[in-house]
Design a protein around this ligand. Sequence first.
Ligand code: G3I
Length: 305
Amino acid sequence: ASTLGAAAAEKGRYFGAAVAANHLGEAPYVSTLNTEFNSVTPENEMKWDAIERTRGTFTFGSADQIVNHAQSRGMKVRGHTLVWHSQLPGWVGGLGTADLRSAMNNHITQVMQHYKGKIHSWDVVNEAFQDGSSGARRSSPFQDKLGDGFIEEAFRTARAADPAAKLCYNDYNTDGVNAKSNAVYNLVRDFKARGVPIDCVGFQSHFNSASPVPSDYQANLQRFANLGVDVQITELDIEGSGTAQANSYGNVVRACLAVSRCTGITVWGVTDKYSWRPGGTPLLFDGNYNKKPAYGAVLTALGGS
Ligand code: G3I
């Protein structure tokens, strides 16, 4: 196979990219997306502030644009994200406990039902744990008012809303074995033991020189898979350039392929031109849509050429 998506498909995986609706009018952006990728994640368009900026008013236009594009090309869609402390409209934080609970459940239900049958995996809850050694939950309106049980409640609501979608917990700095990933591991183990619905764990995998690909990356993916969930690499990008960046990308792809329950990889953008990292060059295509050495390393690791 000569494209990322086709090579990944031969290994039984998908290879996706985060996509922004406002670039879908740019010809080289779209042709790169369509040629190379067979899954998309809306970068911002499915977040709470984009879909329900005002309580009870749901605006799906930009997200629909991406979903329609993907569907017409036979691409999968990852849903990102239903319950997150960031990109959360102010009104949510202003609610009392009972109102917040019903707003959270209503948001999950309305959004998932709108996209029922169209989303392969949903990031139901995103980034609920703190960085550092505590393994504690991160403060958010959901955590602070609903308590630890908000994650379980969100997943149960999500299962009822679209029983066919895979339900994922997604986080960053959980890529190796550390206090934060241990906390997520304990959550997933507890959910599986008690029959709380969860199907997958997303490892964002935002890497840079301060936070390189961990040496125990594969082992960490495997220990989660051993709990009986799929694992997905959901927001991959690696700062740098040239051979070093290419080698890191190759290591990530090989780690996923070595874990049978690692079902797919998504890079967090199509081109360096639009990366969320200011001035960064963390992706597979440069600002002119040329293939970088990292692209070649990924394609080779996937068994393509
Ligand atoms: O949409 C508004 C626009 O109306 C406004 O005029 C403009 C002015 O600043 O801002 C626009 O919103 C920006 C939005 O991206 C859409 O472009 C926000 O300021 C900006 O903060 C936002 O950044 C996004 C970031 O999440 C926010 O947390 C990035 O694009 C997006 O790549 C990034 O993605 C996150 C994942 O969702 C979760 N994991 C980490 C990852 C990287 O930070």
